[in-house]
Design a protein around this ligand. Structure first.
Ligand code: BTN
Length: 433
């Protein structure tokens, strides 16, 4: 009956409905309505009682309760047993204890707050009261340990789809299981488990999902304010946490029951925000940057072979240098070591730079194209913004094109130095020769 009262109040959220209207609709006494309303208030529902007008469930009321979640569940078994808490250390820790004591597959442990929320790689997960979703699902899958990654992948898709459906936001998935909106992390997933060594099967898995639902930017600790975000601003959201929990569980059950069919894989790849970008592979003592080029059917990230990339660039550089040396070896050698050429006065490379004639500069000083490629490599190996890389790449291509064009039009021989030797610039440079 409590469920039906909540349903009725949710349908009329923000409006007042009289006790007698509720009583008539649900075929119960007004005293029973009053009792249930008080019970809901004690659970945290914000229900205003206005004399002569009745009860009004406030728009802001967003309580996670067993009843409100079950209202949104369409699952067969996931969430049949729900344990909802006001505060726990970590829902994963609690779920693990319950599992080791025989909890069945499908149990979902949810809390309004975690005092010791766990993240991956031993990090903590910020889990403030009432503005997030912290839940752990007990799973006992009959799968090979090589397939465990699919649980996390399917969960990422289930959560991303649920957020997109209920809020309209577009979600990016960072391999393997972080969800982003507008480049801010809004959800993290931590799957823990135990393996049966003899059968190489999973004994159980605890799928922990943490979503920043309506935490305001200034409420995050300073060190994560730049990177963490929330999925809704409560003032203008119609979606409640219970709806989102329900939608996540509905989606996930579907994928979990067909885990090896990988029906979630296309969504996962299409929503990946790292394919084509650089990733930092963190080892015990190393951090290396690679380019992510794809995600394979085993949900493994495919990265570009760094050795190959460096080799290609070395070949390009080598060709440039060889090409330049054929053009005029005497001048080039002198230019490279900085001795002025008596015939052409090899400061011409520098003069060309000052005249912004990069094609000439390139021709007379191999250092320039080499420098540009090296700068590109250094920047590319850091983690620059996409637009910056595009700009840099465009500049490199433009300069090389100008260079080749000038070589084609001027030929390989040394053209006369076309500079007004009486110019201030030339005389100024002469001072340094
Ligand atoms: C990460 O981003 O590193 C993973 C964060 C996972 C957080 C969730 S919240 C519910 C569950 N309980 C925990 O202690 N952690 C997971």
């Amino acid at each position: 009956m409590k469920t039906r009262v909540i349903e009725f109040l949710e349908e009329n959220k923000g409006k007042s409905v009289s006790g007698s209207e509720i009583a008539a609709k649900l075929n119960i006494s007004r005293a029973a309505v009053w009792k249930i309303i008080n019970n809901l208030k004690s659970e945290g529902y914000i229900i205003e009682a206005v004399t002569n007008r009745g009860y009004c469930l406030k728009e802001k009321s967003d309580i996670i309760s067993e009843t409100s979640i079950k209202m949104n569940l369409k699952t067969k078994s996931l969430g049949n047993e729900l344990q909802v808490f006001k505060t726990v250390t970590s829902t994963n820790t609690l779920a693990k204890d319950l599992t080791q004591n025989g909890a069945k597959e499908g149990l979902v442990v949810i809390s309004e707050e975690q005092t010791d929320g766990k993240g991956r790689r031993g990090r903590s997960f910020f889990s403030p009261s009432k503005t997030g979703i912290y839940m752990s699902i007990v799973l006992r899958p009959q799968i090979d340990i090589n397939d465990t990654l699919f649980i996390t992948v399917a969960a990422s898709v289930a959560v991303a789809e649920a957020i997109e459906t209920l809020t309209g936001a577009s979600v990016g998935i960072k391999w393997v299981n972080d969800l982003f909106i507008n480049e801010k992390k809004v959800c993290g997933i931590l799957t823990e488990g135990a393996i049966e060594f003899e059968s190489r099967k999973l004994e159980y898995a605890i799928l922990g999902i943490g979503i920043n639902f309506s935490t305001k930017n200034e409420e995050f600790p300073n060190e994560i304010q730049e990177i963490a975000g929330s999925i809704v601003q409560l003032e203008n959201s119609k979606c409640t946490r219970s709806q989102l929990i329900g939608e996540v569980l509905n989606n996930f059950e579907e994928y979990y029951n067909n885990l090896t069919d990988k029906g979630y894989m296309d969504f996962y790849k299409n929503h990946s925000n790292i394919i084509g970008n650089n990733v930092i592979i963190v080892g015990d003592e190393t951090k290396e940057v690679y380019k992510a080029i794809d995600i394979d059917d085993q949900a493994r990230l495919i990265i570009k072979d760094k050795e190959k990339k460096v080799l290609i660039w070395c070949i390009v550089l080598g060709l440039i240098v060889v090409f330049m040396y054929i053009t005029d070896i005497k001048c080039i050698i002198k230019a490279t070591i900085g001795v002025p050429c008596p015939t052409c006065g090899m400061t011409r490379a520098w003069i060309s730079v000052l005249h912004l004639d990069f094609a000439q500069a390139f021709k007379w000083h191999p250092i320039f194209p080499i420098a540009i490629v090296v700068v590109y490599l250094i920047i590319d190996n850091g983690n620059p913004k996409k637009w910056f890389k595009m700009l840099l790449m465009f500049t490199v291509i433009l300069l090389l094109a100008v260079y080749i064009y000038r070589i084609i039009t001027l030929g390989l021989s040394t053209p006369p130095l076309d500079i007004n030797k009486n110019s201030l610039l030339f005389r100024a440079i002469g001072l340094f020769r």
